[in-house]
Design a protein around this ligand. Structure first.
Ligand code: HEC
Length: 136
């Protein structure tokens, strides 16, 4: 089976509800620059409202600082956490960025949509795990 074929099968299996339909293409094309822009968006991602991120202007303190993240988390763990933090803490205040399950009263234009795309999540990870950003 080709790599693309494998990615399709994975995407199909995942549409039943696992983390991102993460394809090798998405990973190889991940852009730290786009990730940085997403991290900074206060309206869409909101990451910096709650987190301090290495290399970005002062962030919020509702969540732990993400400086030094690579020392306590793998990229896979961070991906799962950002996709749906409720898997780790059912009462978390962190939004589930790649899940539409269990949401109530979602405004019509946003119904059925995740906050981030799988690509956006990979872009964010590529910034957070840049060797120069991941350690203090
Ligand atoms: C409303 C506040 C809030 C927002 C917005 C938020 N988070 Fe969080 N985040 C938290 C809290 C609180 C935790 C601590 C664990 C928990 O309570 O779920 C956390 C935990 C994490 C962790 C694990 C940190 C560690 O030390 O292992 C990562 C990674 C993370 N967030 C990334 C993100 C990213 C990336 C975004 C934006 C896409 C984001 N968060 C948006 C509140 C938030």
């Amino acid at each position: 089976m080709t790599v693309l074929g494998l990615a399709r099968v994975w995407a199909l299996v995942c549409s039943a509800g696992c983390v991102a339909a993460q394809t090798p293409e998405a990973v190889s094309l991940a852009s730290p620059e786009r990730g940085k822009a997403l991290l900074l968006q206060r309206q869409d991602s909101g990451c910096v409202l709650c987190h301090q991120v290495q290399g970005l202007p002062a962030g919020g303190a509702l969540g732990p600082s993400l400086v030094g993240l690579a020392e306590r988390s793998t990229q896979d763990q961070a991906r799962e956490r950002i996709a749906d933090a409720r898997r780790f803490n059912p009462h978390t205040i962190m939004p589930a960025y790649l899940s539409t399950e269990g949401l109530n009263k979602v405004a019509n234009p946003y119904k059925g949509q995740t906050i981030l795309t799988a690509q956006g999540l990979e872009d964010i990870l590529s910034y957070l795990f840049l060797p120069s950003k991941a350690t203090p």
